[in-house]
Design a protein around this ligand. Sequence first.
Ligand code: PLP
Length: 276
Amino acid sequence: MIIFEPFYENYGADVILCGAQPKYIQLKAPDFSFDYDELAALFSEKTRAIIINTPNNPTGKVFSRDELSFIAGLCVKHDVLAITDEIYEHILYDGAEHISMWTLPGMSDRTIIVNGISKTYSVTGWRIGYVLAPPDISQAIRKVHDFLTVGAAAPLQVAAGEAMRFGPEYYDELAEFYRVRRDFLFDVLEKAGFNCIKPQGAYYIMADFSNFGWDNDVEFARYLTSDIGVAVVPGSSFYRESTPEATRYIRFCFCKQFKTLEAAAERLAKLTRTVK
Ligand SMILES: Cc1ncc(COP(=O)(O)O)c(C=O)c1O
């Protein structure tokens, strides 16, 4: 199974738990694009699936139509499934468009859409998710789900059904709610001395902290938490190995109340920069 790296932590472990072998393709800074030839070379007769998360955690990347069409072409050519995690589909900025893989030619019968209500309706922790897949695959997924978890809490499913009836203005407000927070935190981080990539979607900012003279993301994250008072996730937790690429970043999250972000801004102003 092919996974884009950096990746949402569960993918690597989930693939291994399935008995599959993960193969990784790098999303490269500054724009977290990938090399088409490198991806094409990863596909072989043993490839069963590719996992795509767009809008992306942790990078904020939104895969373009061109990128998705290229991946779709490879899936069709090699008879490979696309497992698409679309949980941030409504959190988009600056006119970025979410394209669902199943809408591309040849993909409707080979795409498994994974989604959930936690981000769209701001109920992280409820763990209400859903899958859309072709009938034969859906049958198998439902069996596994029934035997593993039986079912999600029924009252929460009823609430999820209610939320799904919200009108389009709800989704516009949601994106705007996060856009102002993204812009605020992005400016704070740039002023403090981080090099950031402005996310096109989701609610995270990957920040390169090499200007501060630290070279270990875990130590820097610990320092930020204990001495500065702002908790972040070390970049290497989204990579399989602690390579120099992985340890250059920390991930900030801006799904917070504005006053929390303002307090973070005050604290981050205390950071001293050692520009190299
Ligand atoms: C990319 C991605 N997929 C799935 C999830 C899981 O969401 P939940 O467990 O809240 O349904 C998350 C949560 O952070 C995520 O970032």
